[in-house]
Write a protein of this length. Structure first.
Length: 197
């Protein structure tokens, strides 16, 4: 068995990394909770509102006690922030893995072919819609649901609307050009997978 097979698929490695981040986040959160509890416990030992009595024999102990309270609270915040960051990283990896098509997925070729068909339908929809706009009779039903939803969402925001539409109501040419780039990249990925098969 090769080294790559020992390590698993790319998807499995990504999900294992998300698991590690979640584990680290749990440990950091436990440290945060413990430090916050210790800070609260220490704060409970001083009567509420008790000032530091300058010059009194208890002044040094009182200041030291306040320093320990503050230190524990700072540690609680630091560990809590790190836990949130790690949990966010894990969530991002999982969200990416849900939508990504990795080269070593068993169904990668079929999924890429479906993606290619969808992208070409989107580009065709934009071209057909733009033709109707130039004729003066925009027909939104020609758009792929992705672009129709984007156009509908942008309708409430004039700044976005001016970036994706032209004065005649047609969609900006860069939308179809960007799809063309993704289509080319997808075709190359399909060709690589077909060459391997």
């Amino acid at each position: 068995m090769s080294d790559d097979q020992d390590r698993g698929t790319y998807r499995e490695r990504r999900l294992a990394k998300a698991d590690r981040y979640e584990e680290w986040a749990g440990k950091r959160q436990a440290k945060s909770d413990a430090a916050a509890a210790k800070s609260s416990e220490l704060a409970g030992l001083i009567p509420f509102g008790q000032p530091v009595i300058t010059g009194h024999h208890s002044e040094a102990r009182h200041r030291s006690h306040l320093k320990r309270i503050r230190g524990n609270m700072e540690r609680a915040i630091e560990h809590g922030d790190k836990a949130a960051s790690m949990a966010s990283r894990a969530a991002t990896i999982r969200a990416q893995a849900d939508h990504a098509i990795y080269q070593d997925d068993p169904d990668a070729l079929q999924r890429l072919q479906a993606k290619l068909a969808d992208l070409e339908a989107q580009r065709t929809g934009i071209r057909e819609y733009n033709k109707t706009c130039r004729r003066g009779t925009p027909d939104v039903s020609l758009l792929h649901p992705v672009q129709a939803k984007e156009l509908e969402r942008a309708a409430g925001n004039t700044t976005v609307l001016t970036h994706i539409t032209r004065p005649d109501g047609s969609l900006a040419p860069y939308l179809a050009a960007n799809l063309g780039g993704v289509i080319t990249a997808t075709r190359k990925r399909i060709a690589k997978l077909e060459a391997k098969a």
